[in-house]
Design a protein around this ligand. Sequence first.
Ligand code: FES
Ligand code: FE2
Length: 447
Amino acid sequence: MSITLKVRSPLPTTTNYEPIPNCNRAQIIVKSPSICKYLKPIARSGATFFCRSSTTTPVFLSDAGRNMVLEEFDPEIPLQEAMTPPSSWYTQPSFFHLELERVFYREWQAVGYTEQIENSMDFFTGRLGNVEFVVCRDADGNLQAHHNVCRHRASPLASGTGKKSCFVCPYHGWTYGLDGSLQKATRTTGIRNFQENDFGLVPIKVATWGPLVLINLDKHKSSDRRNDHRKAAHGEVDDVGMEWLGNSLLVLGNIGIDSTSFRHVRRREYPMECNWKVYCDNYLDGDYHVPFVHKGLTASLNLASYSVTNFDKVSVQACETATTTTGGNDNYRMGSKALYAFVYPNFTIARYGPWLETNLVLPVSPGKCVVVFDYFLEASRLKEKGFVDRSLEESHKIQVEDIEVCEAVQKGLESPAYRRGRYAPAAEEALYRFHSSLHNSLSQPSI
Ligand code: FES
Ligand SMILES: [Fe+2]
């Protein structure tokens, strides 16, 4: 394959390139990350190149390079013929930052649960990408969310969870109400052109759905606030369900996921050495990996009954549990049927037996994420300690198996031997739709 490169200046003589054989498009592996700055996109049809290090050294791409990485996946190609996104989607720092900006800072994120802010003055904090946030219930019972950054010199104000009547900055003592208003700026005598009203905490949109608390960092998103002007004034959003779950809302509502009768039992956080999408991909391939990776779980499922229903923002996998030797269906943990919903872009809701289990996949860096598991149980089963412990242990075992395979996949994605794969159409349509949705989000212009 002959390839023309336009270069801005002579390339270092030690650098070499190699074309990848049998590719649809002209592609080049750049063996030294340091030369990427010398390369310029070639604007002729059918030709593109991308930077890829043969080491694990991260490479920052220009905007044009980043867009070319994005366009390496083409959602117009049907599933049966499509290639998976290139491995650079899972390794490139600049692509990761694009995801933060165009996906995570624009979509609703289920960052907590209602019991954390059940009473006035309860609060919890968290981090999403580079955003520190705090969610609280003010003295009047209004739900509030703010950027957890002091307006003086940027110290975070609160940490962890608990109860507070106001936020006092630990650095120099500026004090904010739970509604975010600046109440006291210490030692500002002599300051000019300063209005305390202009220095309140930066608000974030917040909402609840069933037992979940959601935030949305998109300043420009319009939300339906017609029903409650009091809430609107404080940033709380009504009717988030439709905006968050789209046309899957009825289905998920019908199986009790939105019920407020669940009680929170346990939170577990699993740091993982893989890109956040590796975990989501793994979740979405459903019954494809289960027989290979989760032998114990396989025995308790009737995989022949496995079905996947794709909605616009949600993919729902359903599976009956295996019948016992006596023909019964009394799986102690899962009941007769399990349902696994993946909510674009990074949240899962599993409903089985008396359990509601959620996973929030938090991006940390191109090669790291944290998966936050929250377990909710029907209130009537809360006292069954043996059952609770056994169920949680079983779930933990499955997660350990998933961690092992996901971290191994990340290593494979970083290998120069792997570029892109193919989809198994009968098992991986949800995965293909996830990648297509991402492509769509990432193609939206910056605001
Ligand atoms: S940074 Fe908060 S008071 Fe100075
Ligand atoms: Fe799994």
